[in-house]
Ligand binder design. Structure first.
Ligand SMILES: Cc1cc2nc3c(=O)[nH]c(=O)nc-3n(C[C@H](O)[C@H](O)[C@H](O)COP(=O)(O)O)c2cc1C
Length: 181
């Protein structure tokens, strides 16, 4: 199973990238049989700021088409959302808006697990709620979602692993759903 993974942020020190990398290791360590995870960086997918005029003048931005095609080529998707002002980061929203102009069903019916984390007590729960509540309309076969609060308390950056056993169990249970038919 080829799983496309990314953090929905362009921060080079992203905590969501750290979480998604941890999740990828767990998947490849046997949580899902024959899992191969490719982690992409949204810095490599940066279209110009979306506007209907830009689309009318130049068509779909190349970076958005590449991002859409990456999802299309995968068997499943794993995403961890950074929360900016209770919503998506501008970088992700821009890419997502472009991709939705190719097809509203951006996730292309792929089995999908959605995560979020922040150092706050809600762990990005508000952006995760936005993403999960709209999943049916954007073609995500949403299998599970987990938000990780207080990232710096619950994650050891030196080992790259969640330290809280309850949160780790929640994450593992969510990831394992990608292996179910
Ligand atoms: C513009 C901006 C808005 C933010 N808004 C929120 C917020 O609404 N909720 C929250 O928990 N953290 C918020 N944060 C803190 C982010 O959770 C924090 O920067 C986190 O590291 C972002 O994830 P990333 O490192 O994966 O990019 C905000 C940060 C920025 C820069």
């Amino acid at each position: 199973m080829n799983i496309l993974a990314f953090a929905a942020t362009t921060s080079r020190s992203s905590i969501n990238k750290a979480l998604v990398t941890h999740a990828a290791r767990l998947l490849e360590a046997g949580l899902v049989a024959d899992a191969h995870v490719e982690i992409i960086d949204l810095n490599d997918y940066e279209p110009p700021l979306y506007s209907i005029d830009r689309q009318d003048e130049g068509g779909i931005a190349e970076a958005a088409q590449r991002f859409f095609d990456k999802i299309g080529a995968a068997d499943a998707v794993l995403v961890s959302f950074a929360e900016h002002n209770a919503s998506y980061t501008a970088a992700f929203k821009n890419l997502y808006d472009w991709a939705s102009r190719i097809d509203r069903r951006v996730y292309q019916d792929k089995p999908t697990v959605m995560l979020s984390t922040s150092n706050g007590s809600r762990g990005g729960r508000r952006v995760l709620d936005t993403a999960t509540s709209t999943a049916p309309y954007v073609g995500a076969d949403l299998r599970a979602s987990v938000s990780i609060p207080h990232f710096s308390k619950n994650f050891d950056l030196s080992t790259g692993e969640l330290t809280d056993p309850e949160l780790r169990a929640q994450l593992e249970a969510a990831l394992a759903t990608l292996g179910a038919r």
